[in-house]
Design a protein around this ligand. Structure first.
Ligand SMILES: Cc1cc2nc3c(=O)[nH]c(=O)nc-3n(C[C@H](O)[C@H](O)[C@H](O)COP(=O)(O)OP(=O)(O)OC[C@H]3O[C@@H](n4cnc5c(N)ncnc54)[C@H](O)[C@@H]3O)c2cc1C
Length: 374
């Protein structure tokens, strides 16, 4: 925010990982924080995320740098208590469909070129890296990234919210659609769906896929490319894998309670959006995803879906994150990104730093919201 205004009272809109993490970092920095969210906490993408902690594959250097810093913050959290069943670092496995060996090799070389820990494995060697994986499911080669991990975001949100309450944060759930209040061109607070207002020196909009809609009435355009996606949780199984797997027909991550979280994109066409904004998918498609995941596991255990959630996956129009204060509306900050699991801790830390100090962090330099204005 402008350096001539001292920020003490901050309103954060959005109870997903980005809003909660920013709120906690603001409290750590001495701010007084009001967090408001439409429904319950973690009811958006945060409650249905694969949340593979990674910077695999090719992307812009600034995005890679931010993701690596994101993984670093999770490692610090992990080191404080490695026994947590909701945050683990046991590596990630990736392979492509048959016939795409050249792409896999190119990806591995790219990862090596910027020192991302990457090992190209023949199918027979995959069992050594991850004994719970069925090597015969692997196409010509797999990439093993031993430094990757996973988190269960609802558990992380609960963990952070304990600190939020200890530090005196104020929470309003089921607030309906909250909007930003502006006076003389500057954000001055927020208004709930029922008209209650909360004055603030700064407002943070962390509304996931709805972020562009929340800032649109302020005359700010942020392109939105958020697709509809689904996350399935299975019933518990014996010998659940400890690695995250990204494969041609299923992505699989471990989840607390010996269950698995599954997602992919091949079934997106089977998802129906209803007039009330809810989504549905035929149950046999959900089972088909579970069957695809089963093929990846040694012994092909039967996987039974226990629950599935469908909704928008936040992705800005150009795929890159959007962080920082709106030039057009001083005092209003946004956080809108894909890979918000990997970025959750670091983005909250850096954004809170910008709110409190008024100084722009160099790691956000290419992620400013104004790039969409043109
Ligand atoms: C299927 C799937 C797989 C994914 N896989 C990965 C992965 O492997 N690795 C990774 O790093 N990331 C992954 N992600 C992305 C990551 O989960 C998200 O980027 C992250 O959860 C987004 O958090 P958020 O806080 O921005 O948004 P959300 O979790 O959507 O939270 C936004 C909150 O704001 C509330 N809200 C919206 N509008 C308003 C309003 N006007 N007033 C009040 N409240 C409002 C919503 O109700 C919601 O609770 C995945 C996401 C999905 C869906």
């Amino acid at each position: 925010m402008n350096s001539d205004v001292s920020t003490q009272q901050v309103a954060v809109i959005g109870g997903g990982i980005l809003g909660v993490s920013t709120a906690v970092h603001l409290l750590r920095g001495g701010a007084s924080v009001q967090l408001l969210t439409e429904g319950p906490l973690a009811s958006g993408a945060t409650g249905r995320s694969l949340s593979w902690l990674n910077s695999a594959g090719e992307r812009s250097n600034p995005y890679h740098e931010l993701r690596v810093a994101g993984i670093d913050r999770y490692r610090t959290l992990f080191a404080a208590d490695p026994s947590r069943d909701w945050l683990q670092f046991r590596g990630g496995l990736f392979w492509q469909a048959e016939g795409r060996l050249e792409d896999t090799v190119a990806r591995h070389r790219y990862e090596k070129s910027h020192a991302y820990d990457s090992h190209l494995l023949e199918p027979a060697a995959v069992g050594d890296a991850a004994p719970e994986v069925n090597p015969s499911a692997v196409s010509e080669a797999a990439i093993f990234n031993p430094g990757e991990g996973w988190v269960s975001l609802p558990d992380l949100v609960e963990h952070l919210m304990n600190e939020f309450h200890e530090l005196g944060g104020s929470l309003l759930v089921n607030a309906g659609r909250v909007s930003v209040e502006v006076q003389d061109g500057r954000a001055t607070g927020v208004r709930t769906a029922t008209g209650e207002t909360y004055a603030a020196d700064a407002v943070v909009v962390a509304c996931g896929a709805a972020t562009p809609d929340v800032v649109a009435p302020l005359g700010v355009t942020i392109d939105n490319a958020s697709p509809v996606s689904m996350l399935v949780l299975t019933k518990p199984l014996e010998n659940a894998p400890t690695v995250v797997m990204n494969t041609p027909r299923a992505a699989v991550r471990p989840n607390p309670g010996n269950t698995l979280a599954l997602d992919h994109d091949w079934y997106e066409e089977s998802i129906t959006e209803h007039g009330d904004g809810t989504f549905s998918i035929p149950e046999d498609v959900v089972q088909e995803l579970a069957d695809e995941a089963s093929k990846l596991l040694a012994g092909n255990p039967e996987l039974k879906p226990a629950s599935w959630k469908i909704g928008r996956k936040p992705i800005p129009g150009d795929g890159e994150p959007v962080f920082g204060e709106l030039e057009k509306v001083p005092g209003c900050f946004v956080a809108f990104t894909h890979s918000g699991a990997t970025l959750g801790l670091i983005a909250g830390e850096l954004l809170a730093g910008e709110v409190l100090s008024g100084e722009k962090h160099p790691l956000f330099a290419t992620f400013r919201p104004e790039r969409f204005a043109a």
